[in-house]
Design a protein around this ligand. Structure first.
Ligand SMILES: [Zn+2]
Length: 119
């Protein structure tokens, strides 16, 4: 039983990563925040699909400008365009000729059960 979640946990159930305390899916086999291993077997009613979304872009500070500050924000909206979640991912500063690359990815886990949490 150690490291196994009961199969009857609701779809969309969350828990805290024991390593980094990030809020993650109960069904996760590895923590997406710290990449720590959480279990060796996927729950039998879950199947990890290909990465549903991945975008990446870079900003390079020009050599002839003053210092820049940046703030990376991630927003999740529902089918009506209403914000479900908004998080500041990170902030920082850039000097001449420095580059920062920003990546965003969404993993999807399919369930063989019918209903999601809160529906
Ligand atoms: Zn973690």
């Amino acid at each position: 039983m150690l490291g196994r979640a009961p199969a009857e946990k609701p779809i969309g159930a969350t828990r805290q990563c024991p390593h980094c305390k990030a809020m993650i899916l109960e069904s996760a086999t590895t923590c997406p925040a710290c990449r720590g291993h959480l279990r060796f077997d996927q729950p039998p009613d879950r199947q990890t699909l290909d990465q549903a979304l991945k975008i990446e872009g870079s900003i390079t500070h020009p050599a002839d400008a003053g210092a820049w500050e940046y703030c990376m924000v991630a927003v999740i909206k529902n089918e009506r365009g209403e914000e479900v979640e908004r998080k500041v991912i990170g902030v920082g500063a850039m000097k001449a000729n420095e580059t920062r690359t920003f990546s965003l990815s969404v993993d999807v886990v399919a369930s063989t059960r019918m209903r999601a949490k809160n529906q």
